[in-house]
Design a protein around this ligand. Structure first.
Ligand SMILES: NC(=O)c1ccc[n+]([C@@H]2O[C@H](COP(=O)([O-])OP(=O)(O)OC[C@H]3O[C@@H](n4cnc5c(N)ncnc54)[C@H](OP(=O)(O)O)[C@@H]3O)[C@@H](O)[C@H]2O)c1
Length: 359
């Protein structure tokens, strides 16, 4: 290669590195500004999937603020406490582990003074090919991206409702722009419920499911559990996510290009945290952000998909045994327990939609 080409390549790489450094630094600074404004006294944040990638960066940046404590749910970890950081094992493929984590998250968010309260459903997974199904009959992608966060949040909301007044908290569901490639509809949900093959877009479908669930449940979660659910797509972020999709050598060679084209982990972390560090984070619900921009009011914009959304929530409630886990009666779509009369009427009423535990 002629020296001039080498020089050109070297300068491009240096410019890419410098650009990343500056963008990352600006994002970290912006996040600290937001924390200064919204952390309050003894802010508490729960983050899933905090062992690597954006979750790890989020945990690091949030815990730098002196009044923030974090509870991290990490796969393959043992329980430990390091300063204001508490780590707990969380395996989203095991719904009992999710339930145990939800109880701990509830305690953590309940204690302390009246600062920021936030749950970030960050953990995500994308498998190249569906080789195994979990014991709940779905792919690992569906379970980690949707059923896990669904169960964690719904249990949290019910615990908060049962135990009475609690500080308002936001729930940030980490979605993806790939959601637009999803073909999630009632037929696909039937296939899922029947443990049949669905599509090759499992990742997109599971992320779309997060949005539909948020659209149809966020009002009830806010009213009953004082939990204000939102969603955010962090954009394309330079993490190891998706590395299984391409050969390892291409992954290594494409590192400079990814650095130039993708956002840094700090920018991804800022997008996610910013959705909960806003004036209206715990007064409005169901908002969907793309990077830092408000993109949709899910409750309104996903209204045409309400039927499939309700079917999705009903299916998820049954698969996760939500009602049995809470040891209570079946719930309606508003999160209320059903009376015996309700149950009888339900069998004839079309618009009476059970969340779980249909007899
Ligand atoms: N990177 C992007 O461009 C991009 C774009 C849009 C959306 N997102 C979303 O952003 C979130 C974070 O992704 P990332 O880029 O930071 O990817 P990542 O580096 O692969 O991080 C994913 C995290 O999820 C955890 N996780 C995976 N399976 C789990 C399980 N069964 N139980 C518990 N935790 C599990 C991983 O834990 P281990 O480290 O222990 O495996 C890891 O900490 C994901 O929800 C992803 O879908 C990312």
């Amino acid at each position: 290669m002629p020296p001039s080409d080498l020089l050109f390549l070297g300068l491009t790489a240096a410019a890419a590195l410098l650009g990343c450094h500056l963008r990352g630094r600006a994002a970290r600074r912006r996040l600290q500004e937001l924390l200064k404004e919204f952390a309050g006294h003894e802010g508490r944040v729960v983050i899933t999937g905090a062992g690597t990638g954006i979750g790890k960066e989020l945990a690091h940046l949030l815990s730098q603020h002196p009044s923030i404590s974090v509870l991290l749910g990490c796969q393959h970890e043992i329980e430990r406490q390091e300063g204001r950081t508490r780590v707990l094992p969380l395996e989203l493929l095991d719904l009992d582990s999710v339930q145990r984590f939800a109880v701990e998250a509830h305690r953590f968010l309940r204690e302390g003074k009246d600062g920021l309260r936030m749950l970030i459903n960050n953990a995500g997974f994308k498998e190249k090919e569906i080789t195994v199904r979990t014991k709940y009959g779905v792919s690992r992608t569906w379970q980690v991206n949707f059923l896990g966060p669904f169960l964690l949040t719904e249990i949290l909301a019910r615990l908060r409702e049962t135990e009475g007044p609690s500080l308002p908290a936001s729930v940030i569901n980490v979605a993806s722009g790939h959601e637009s490639e999803s073909s999630l509809d009632e037929a696909l949900l039937d296939a899922l419920a029947g443990e049949r093959e669905t599509t090759s877009h499992e990742y997109a479908d599971s992320k779309r499911a997060l949005l539909l669930w948020t659209s149809v449940r966020s009002q009830s979660l806010a009213l009953k559990g004082n939990l204000f659910a939102h969603a955010v797509s962090p954009g394309k972020v330079n993490t190891r996510f998706g590395c299984e999709d391409i050969p390892w050598w291409l992954w290594v060679w494409s590192a400079p290009a990814r650095m130039l084209m993708f956002r840094t982990v700090s920018e991804g972390a800022l997008s996610i945290a910013a959705a909960g560090l806003r004036k209206h984070a715990t007064s409005k619900f169901g908002q969907y952000f793309r990077e830092e921009e408000l993109s949709e009011d899910l409750v309104i914009w996903r209204m045409p998909e309400k039927r499939v959304s309700v079917q999705l929530v009903r299916w998820a409630s049954q698969v996760t045994s939500l009602n049995a886990r809470m040891g209570g009666r079946p719930l309606d779509i508003g999160g209320r327990s059903l009376s015996v009369t309700d149950l009888v009427n339900q069998s004839s009423g079309e618009d009476f939609l059970l969340l779980a535990g249909l007899p």
